[in-house]
Design a protein around this ligand. Structure first.
Ligand SMILES: [Fe+2]
Length: 421
């Protein structure tokens, strides 16, 4: 086990659709039967939680197809995945062949690679929040939180951090709280188009087809709905700022992560992994899933609750000094942290949480863990005990008040039948 990571123990209540030996489907050794297996794999590919399918054939051993998913559990499946990754990244063909022949005396052939792994989501770009208190809300993020204005239009007010990202937060005047949309960057316009094709193929509700984006920063993107009607935007070619607009360490750089409450935990985690290509970095028992799209431990996390809502939004500070300067800055304005400072277990990030004037919870964060070895990383299951949630013991348990704020208001999501907001 990696130093400092959570202990691993059997999970309960996890998706079981492709677990254990049930992942193995009978097949033929003969490569000439690939068509048949490919047909089977395309059927399997429609199942949730599948990254790719490999076939192995052994010497007098069982043969078959193994489905590798974001939540693959059996040692054999994880081993096959690790071998495949080494095969994919190795520049030494002999080593690659050796690897492939070293899988329990069997040969592994990759026969399918669902398109979800080619969604090419790169990073969390910005979050849009409905604001029933727009004036006080905007004032807080400009004067206390350390963001700067990135413009406004008839729909919203936009805020940037010190990174080059055009804006990281937009506040949309409304009569209730809720998520307006969540935007991720993808690797170019072709990736936007490829994502559109894949999402349409899967029957995902598209609320704005791939096109030039009519918002500050422009770019090219599309919007669609996840299983709980959250509006998700994928974009490329957004105009950025030149960096260093103000001193580093004074305010947030960019978004760190967004945590969302969900009443459909398993379904939502599977959608984000199997369809959008996120990987599970860690679990918090059967309560939270931390998902990454790059080496950063998580850019999005889901928390099991009885309704969908925004749990909190975290902003990247330069380092622990930045977090403490942020704390100092708010203290000077008479606002104390609602939870923290402290250091979390999953992600190992330093945290300090505040309620904003609209009642959302925002977090200063730094020092997020990076996954250095994608092939070797296995999600850990962290226990929901104080020493794993608050590793320094400085924050204590979250109060009932901040837990209530993190629960948010039940959010029906994007109004499908209305014109896009
Ligand atoms: Fe957080």
């Amino acid at each position: 086990m990696e130093a400092g990571r959570g202990s691993r123990f059997p999970r309960t209540g996890r998706p079981q659709s492709l677990s254990g030996e049930s992942e193995v489907h009978g097949g033929e050794k003969d490569d000439g039967r690939h068509d048949e297996i490919a047909h089977e794999s395309s059927t399997l590919g429609k199942l949730r939680d599948v990254w790719m399918l490999v076939q192995w054939s052994g010497l007098g051993r069982e043969t078959g197809v193994v489905a590798l998913g974001a939540n693959s559990r059996p040692n054999r499946t994880r081993k096959a995945w690790a071998l495949y990754r080494r095969h994919e990244t190795s520049r030494d063909p002999v080593a690659r062949l050796s690897d492939l022949n070293d899988f329990e005396g069997s040969r592994i052939v990759v026969i399918d690679k669902p398109e979800s792994v080619q969604m090419k989501i790169q990073d969390l770009r910005h979050v849009g929040l409905l604001s029933p208190a727009i004036a006080a809300h905007a004032k807080f993020y400009l004067e206390a939180w350390g963001l700067q204005s990135a413009g406004e239009d008839q729909h919203a007010r936009y805020f940037r951090g010190s990174s080059t990202e055009h804006h990281i937060l937009s506040l949309h005047p409304a009569d209730r709280r809720g998520l307006h949309h969540l935007a991720f960057s993808v690797d170019g316009r072709e990736a936007v188009d490829a994502a559109a094709t894949e999402l349409e193929r899967r029957g995902t509700t598209i609320v704005a087809r791939a096109d030039e984006l009519d918002q500050p920063g422009g770019g090219y993107g599309l919007r669609f709905l996840d299983p709980e009607n959250r509006c998700i935007e994928l974009s490329a070619d957004v105009t950025g700022h030149s960096s260093g607009s103000w001193a580093e360490g004074v305010g947030p750089r960019r978004l760190c992560h967004v945590v969302l409450n969900t009443a459909r935990f398993d379904q939502v985690v599977e959608f984000y992994t199997a369809v959008l290509g996120f990987r599970v970095s860690d679990w918090n028992e059967n309560q939270m899933a931390f998902l990454r799209c790059s080496r950063k431990h998580h850019v999005i996390a889901f928390n099991r609750l009885d309704h969908a809502s925004v749990n909190h939004v975290a902003y990247v500070m330069a380092d622990v000094d930045g977090v403490m300067r942020g704390l100092s800055n708010l203290r000077a304005r008479g606002q104390e942290p609602d939870w923290g400072p402290g250091r979390h277990g999953p992600g190992n990030n330093i945290f300090c949480y505040y309620k904003d004037p609209a009642g959302y919870v925002s977090e200063f964060s730094s020092d997020m863990e990076h996954i250095e070895d994608e092939a070797a990383h296995e999600p850990a299951v962290w226990r929901r005990v104080p020493e794993q949630i608050d590793r320094w013991g400085t924050a204590g348990p979250p109060s009932a008040d901040v837990r209530k704020a993190m629960a948010g208001d039940p959010d029906p999501g994007w109004p499908v039948k209305d014109t896009p907001r």
